[in-house]
Ligand binder design. Structure first.
Ligand code: FAD
Length: 317
């Protein structure tokens, strides 16, 4: 079922959802199932599965290093299909521009449709680790709005090289990313919001936000989005801080602010077990306020570990 229909059917109640990162290759899917299982009691209508870019590895060849491209994690669509059928839940693969040609993207979307996946999250993806800024893949999409257009074309039966008409074609519901504290590359929040509007005008059906720790920033972002005509559901993304290093890493990677009260609470912790408790408590308070404000869904970044998300969900749902 489409995310937008799940939201409609909830009649104003806030839903619980979360996203997982496929584990690095070599692992068994059982670990993933074991992390998802404890969260199923909160009845997530959908679970997102992220997609990672290709990476360079350096292979030692008799003292000379050979640069090879590899993918570190198993394929998102296969994982989505497995989770969907094991837990009878909708799964949402993240489709990214970086590292994929339009033809490869089309092939991924054909797989999604064939496997009964009704929603996809359309993203540009980040730069490769070695690159300072995002370099579009040759014959790929440059920005997420182009990817949304490609998916909407497919919804109309317009494939890259032919038209296929009929009742059995894809009709994907499309999610896109939004940034309450602006995307790190955007010159201003206003221009980033205009870019978000372009994605919605291209056919995005809902928005999921980057994590934030100050709800006021989310409320202002939603108001500003509405003011420029973005009328699709906006779903807040919540990540509980789990280790002390997050205080440096999260602002560095996601270009966001951590409120001073939270910084001090984390700095006062003796160890990471205490930090985890602080992160859970902060996320509970954030979630309760957002729920009271009537957000359609609370979407949690689980990063593969479910115990802190479970502790939060128990207090909120
Ligand atoms: P875009 O919407 O394309 O925007 C990228 C930047 O370009 C912005 O600064 C925007 O203002 C600007 N821009 C947009 N259009 C134009 C234009 N036409 N001309 C000039 N500038 C423009 N990354 C992954 O690799 N895998 C994932 O699974 C993943 N999941 C995510 C899930 C969520 C909910 C979020 C919030 C992010 C996720 N990301 C993921 C990270 C995301 O890929 C990065 O933040 C990326 O840098 C931007 O992606 P986007 O889709 O927002 O890009």
């Amino acid at each position: 079922m489409k995310v937008t229909d799940h939201i409609k059917n909830a009649n104003g109640n806030t839903l619980f959802s979360f996203e997982i990162i496929p584990p690095v290759k070599g692992n068994s899917i059982q670990d993933l199932y074991d992390n998802i299982d404890p969260l199923m009691e909160f009845k997530p209508p959908f679970i997102d599965v992220t997609t990672s870019r290709e990476e360079y590895i350096y292979v030692d060849k008799a003292g000379l290093y050979d640069k090879k491209i590899t993918r570190m994690r198993p394929g998102t669509v296969g994982i989505c299909a497995s989770i969907k059928h094991k837990f009878n839940v909708d799964t949402i693969p993240h489709v990214i521009c970086g590292g994929f040609t339009k033809a490869e993207t089309e092939y991924m979307l054909i797989d999604c449709h064939y496997l009964g996946i009704d929603n996809v999250m359309a993203l540009r993806g980040d730069a490769m680790k070695e690159e300072k800024y995002f370099i579009p893949t040759e014959d790929g999409n440059c920005y997420a709005n182009e990817l949304v257009t490609q998916i909407q074309n497919l919804n109309k039966g317009k494939y890259l090289h032919d038209d296929v008409q009929g009742d059995d074609g894809p009709d994907f519901c499309i999610g896109v990313a939004g940034y309450p504290e602006k995307h790190m590359e955007a010159p201003s929040l206003k221009s980033d919001l205009k870019r978000l509007k372009e994605k919605v005008d291209a056919g995005a059906d809902y928005v999921v936000t980057q994590m934030f720790f100050d709800n006021q920033k989310f409320f202002e972002f939603v108001a500003a989005a509405k003011a420029i005509g973005i009328n699709v559901p906006i779903i807040p993304g919540i990540k509980p801080i789990a280790v002390k290093r997050h205080l440096q890493l999260l602002p560095q990677i996601f270009s966001l602010d951590v409120p001073q009260d939270l910084v001090e609470a984390v700095e006062n912790c003796k160890d990471n077990a205490a930090v985890r408790e602080v992160g859970i408590e902060w996320a509970i308070q954030q979630s309760k306020e957002l729920k009271a404000a009537g957000v359609p869904v609370l979407h949690y970044y689980s990063m593969g570990k479910s115990n802190n998300i479970k502790a939060i969900a128990k207090q909120v749902f």
